[in-house]
Design a protein. Structure first.
Length: 188
């Protein structure tokens, strides 16, 4: 999956950001923080605008991020995909046929090794590597796993985006609206 040539997957941290995402030419995006009571209306708006939106399950306010919540989200909300650090969420999303994105924090060697073991178990569709401003680690994670990489976190400049893509990232998740604007016509 190449997100129709999108280099940037705009990540909406707040509803104002989500409104900007809806107005943008981007087909794919991410919702980071949202209250459980807003999910249905947010996804109805996205569908009306032909947007495919990934949901960061761990950041849904008022919802436990477990396999039961994941089943509810997959059946009732029907996001384009789910992002989580939790293996139970990734496994349930895959079982339900929803794109599963395992979030991976590059803290130190021990965390990296534990992440590799977890990825072997969950076999997500994508890995979101954080921080994404570490091109050498993006290349290493892809080489080790052969799972497509999304890079996110601490990507602040056009150069950061270009370096992450050159290192092998499929796309960049970012809430930086300046980067949304800069890359909005790439792939057209």
């Amino acid at each position: 999956m190449n997100f129709n040539g999108q280099v940037i997957l705009p990540a909406a941290r707040h509803l104002k950001d989500f409104e900007k995402l809806l107005e943008s030419p981007y087909e794919y995006g991410v919702i980071l923080e949202v209250h459980i009571g807003q999910l249905k209306s947010v996804y109805e708006l996205a569908r009306r605008r032909q947007k495919k939106i990934f949901l960061h399950v761990d950041l849904v306010q008022g919802m436990k991020n477990d396999e039961y919540a994941t089943e509810y989200l997959c059946q009732e909300i029907r996001p384009a995909g789910l992002i989580s650090t939790r293996s139970s969420v990734i496994l349930k999303a895959k079982q339900k046929g929803v794109i599963a994105i395992q979030r991976m924090f590059l803290l130190d060697t021990n965390a990296l090794e534990k992440s590799y073991a977890l990825l072997e178990k969950t076999k997500p569709d994508f890995i979101e590597v954080l921080p994404g401003a570490m091109p050498k680690m993006i290349a290493e994670v892809y080489s080790e796993t052969q799972i497509p990489i999304l890079a996110g976190g601490l990507i602040r400049s056009v150069e950061d985006v270009q370096l992450a893509i050159a290192a092998g990232a499929t796309a960049i998740t970012t809430s930086n609206r300046k980067l949304w604007d800069h890359f909005k016509n790439v792939g057209d």
